[in-house]
Design a protein around this ligand. Sequence first.
Ligand code: BG6
Length: 517
Amino acid sequence: MAENQTFDELKTPGAVFFIFGATGDLARRKLFPAIYSLYREGKLAEDFAVIGVARRPRSPEEFREDVKASIREFSRYQAIDDNEWTGFVNHFEYKSLDINNIDGFRELREQTEGLEERFRIPGNRLFYLALAPELFGSVSFNLKAGGMLDGEGWNRLVIEKPFGYDLESAEKLNEQIRQVFQEEEIFRIDHYLGKEMVQNIEVIRFANAFFEPLWNKQHIANIQITLGETVGVEERGGYYDHAGALRDMAQNHMLQLLTMIAMEPPSRLLAEDIRDEKVKVLRSLRPYLTGEEVRKNVVRGQYTQGLFNGKTLPAYRQEDKVNPESTTETYFAARVFVDNFRWAGVPFYIRTGKRLPAKTTEVVVEFKSMPTNVYLGQKHNLEPNLLVIRVNPMEGIYVKINAKKPGSESEIQPLAMDFCQSCLIGINSPEAYERLLHDAARGDSTYFTRWDEVSSAWSFVDHIAKAWREDSSDLASYPAGTWGPVEAAELLEQDGFQWWPVNGQKESNVVWSVNNN
Ligand code: BG6
């Protein structure tokens, strides 16, 4: 790809999209609706085709019905009329395939060539593996052996997390894939990078004169990243009990968010320049090498039975497919340091958990208090300035400042200048998968994780996992429906801080410029 290529061109080049795992949940909930949105918005070239691949036998008609049902249920657009719908779904075909059978791949090749001829597709092929990672290697090998990579255009591999279980397994997986695909052809999905407000972090930081000069250890007291979920493990107990919050959320989404906040401004806004800066952050993370360091800086917890909104929620150990004696963490919090010039000494507090009282993804930047404060005293309710980036479910940013209370002599009150993006565009903000599929089809890898990012993140996480394996006595508990173990609050209290917003609630002592939740 040319070094100076930009991705302003909205339309994808003509391509065949292969969805491996086409009868699975991800395809149904996210991928088919994403393809449909791109089609409706005119971002998908006319010369496209989709081949759903899975083991299960399905006629093309049955498959198209599946696609229709998925779009009806999950798409942000509804099919308008039959003509439009037929125009879209005619591009979909299905292939029942045993991924260990090369002959099946040869048949897939014939089917693909037929479609390429029919829709005049210039040989570009995008392989989306919505499959268990153990299968990535075999599928890659057989794509090659079956001649699927001999088309005239480009080939791209899009893969889902988890990318390995630890550094060692991730390396093995990577080696297998790299025997077939070049790094530039591999698009590792971290769907948090496709979220509107996560992508906005870069703009907020680098396009505003009043943030970047303050974005450092001189002015920032701490940074907090929260990825809270109300759901439990649902029907994924089998996978989750093996992974836990550290591998499921922290190694990928959480650390990726941290890199976006902490990275240096890239010299150019090109994929490799941005990813170079992100990987430097990951390499600067202070590793916790001993059990003692881990216990001092990391908290893990597991939810017990709890009462939320009048409903009894089961304990984690009672969930389907979970070991009744499991020590897997459903909550993870840590104080981490980015040991570089900009951030020396600034704690980053990160936390994620299942069965918390609110679904919330937020980044809070807490600025240092004014040095010698003339406003100290009872009348004044001085709070630190905060910049809060709200990623999910509300999208927006707010800045908390101190101002004089109108009409009072000199009383001070905090107020929040709030920009609520989701209040303006509502649910119509594009889904992360929509953006990422669009980017992958255009060859823009900015918001995909490069191998060195993945491996650096595993290096950091592996030390914690090792300490936990050796001693599980620090596993704390919290009732389902609460904000996690008390130890997580203590982590900040030890440094004289607290989690913002307190208890995840919109702060009631603050005057808000916009009335939203
Ligand atoms: C996934 C995790 O990567 O992210 C899930 O495997 C989690 O356990 C999900 O629920 C959260 O994503 P989102 O977009 O709903 O915040």
